[in-house]
Design a protein around this ligand. Structure first.
Ligand code: GDP
Ligand code: MG
Length: 439
């Protein structure tokens, strides 16, 4: 999936301005990537439609490549699709106890997740896990052992007990007498959805009136997750999803698809077999995981920042002058600096490591600081008219800026080159400009 996205965005990497065709092509690749990642066709279509609309509307920004912009859009839309920015755990009942019912197919991770959540809540609450499986003593025992390990309360059926209603009433009483404020019900699963399973779950729901009904889904389930989510949501009206085994090489598409079917928030993800291996679901983190592209959140923020920070008017003004002063140059450097260490930005790009290798020391943030220092050490007159900066002035500036004469020379020649470019650009007002490779 990651490779696909890299390919999609790679198509745009060297484009200065996006045409509709560029966007279409990239969006097609993004769609293919989503489908390969087990996202359902419907979801993939909706998502790519949104991305396309936004991408063609958006202006090309200075200093952010189109590929980066599309990447940021894809990321933002994925985050939206998965439930926006806020992380969600259990919603507690206004009046305790909060009853939380865990449902799902066999092997999805219900039993493990019950205890994981209980353990997580242990600090501020007094959770009780309840085994609601009357047919498999081994399942009851599994929950009990895990609960003991985690140090959380456990309640289960007596040997030979066959009455679900009684079991749940007993559990409620037990919880009340011991001041458990969160009750987590572990239910039985089946390999396939069947009527008997659903009847049993509906019965438990009626008796226990849970605050939360969460469907536990194995991340490896893939497209099957849609059917599972549909069936459970139809019978039980789910309040949340939990995706387990995200530590495997699961593709995460199951989550997107199930979310789209049930349209309930994803609450937790399981990320390992140990009882601490659970996280409150964070759509931003998940989007990054699905896209497999490093710190996309930071990148999205930078895109926004840069969009706000570019002073196009000033740029246009110096363009009409056909002359770039040292002050302009200083502005430019500061703009780059505002976007954070260049290295970091480059690292966030697909294949960023390679770019960095090629660019070597020129991407160095320290270098930007040096350039800035050199310009700041010039007198206003020198900045207006750099031609007067000869030998002794160069030495003074080098000394004052804590750099070297060589550095001063580099800044001067860089300025000169930039001015050449500016002369050529004169008249093409408002088109924006990009720093040449040398910096
Ligand atoms: P249930 O049948 O739905 O109750 O599923 P279980 O809780 O018994 O889990 C089935 C298997 O999946 C067990 O071996 C668990 O250890 C494992 N499991 C559950 N959640 C995770 C997870 O997030 N990551 C990994 N690697 N394994 C998990
Ligand atoms: Mg179980």
């Amino acid at each position: 999936l990651k490779k696909r996205f890299e390919k999609a965005l790679g198509l745009l990497k060297n484009k200065g301005k996006l045409t509709e065709e560029d966007v279409s092509e990239a969006v097609r690749e993004v769609r293919r990537a989503l489908l390969e990642g087990d996202v359902s066709l419907k979801v993939a279509k909706e998502l790519t439609q949104k991305i396309k609309e936004r991408a063609t509307q958006r202006e090309v920004l200075d200093s952010i490549t189109p590929a980066q912009q599309i990447q940021a859009i894809v990321y933002e839309e994925l985050v939206n699709l998965m439930g926006g920015k806020t992380s969600k755990g259990i919603v507690f009942a206004p009046k305790p106890p909060t009853v939380c019912m865990m449902v799902g197919l066999q092997g999805a991770g219900k039993t493990t997740t019950c205890v994981k959540i209980a353990k997580k809540l242990k600090g501020g609450h007094k959770p009780l896990v309840v085994a609601c499986d009357l047919k498999r003593p081994a399942a009851v025992e599994q929950l009990q052992i895990l609960a003991n390990t985690a140090g959380v309360g456990f309640f289960g059926p007596k040997a030979g007990e066959g009455d679900l209603k009684k079991l749940i009433r007993d559990a409620m009483e037990y919880a009340a007498s011991r001041l458990h404020d969160v009750i987590i019900l572990d239910t039985a699963g089946r390999l396939h959805i069947d009527d008997e399973l659903m009847r049993e779950l509906v019965e438990i729901k009626e008796i226990a009136s849970p605050t939360e009904i969460m469907l536990v889904l194995d991340a490896m389930t893939g497209q099957e997750a849609i059917r599972v989510a549909e069936a459970f949501h139809g019978e039980l009206a789910l309040t949340g999803l939990i995706l387990t085994k995200m530590d495997g090489d699961a593709r995460g598409g199951a989550l997107l698809s199930a979310k789209a079917v049930a349209d309930v928030p994803v609450k937790y993800i399981g990320v390992g077999e140990k009882l601490d291996d659970i996280e409150v679901f964070d759509p931003e983190q998940m989007a990054q995981r699905i896209l497999g592209m490093g710190d996309l959140k930071a990148l999205a923020e930078k895109v926004k920042e840069a969009a706000e920070g570019v002073d196009m008017e000033k740029v246009a003004k110096s363009l009409t002058k056909g002359k770039l002063t040292m002050e302009d140059l200083l502005q430019q450097i500061r703009q780059i600096k505002r976007m954070g260490p260049l290295e970091k930005i480059v690292e966030m790009l697909p294949g960023g490591g390679k770019i960095k290798e090629l660019a070597g020391s020129e991407m160095d943030d320290k270098r930007l600081k040096h350039i800035e220092a050199v310009i700041l050490s010039m007198t206003p007159e020198e900045r207006r008219n750099p031609k007067i900066i000869k030998g002794s002035r160069r030495k003074r500036i080098a000394y004052g800026s804590g750099t070297s004469v060589q550095m001063v020379n580099q800044v001067l020649s860089y300025h000169k080159n930039m001015n050449e470019i500016f002369k050529q650009l004169k008249g093409r007002k408002g088109k924006g400009f990009r720093l040449p490779k040398g910096l």
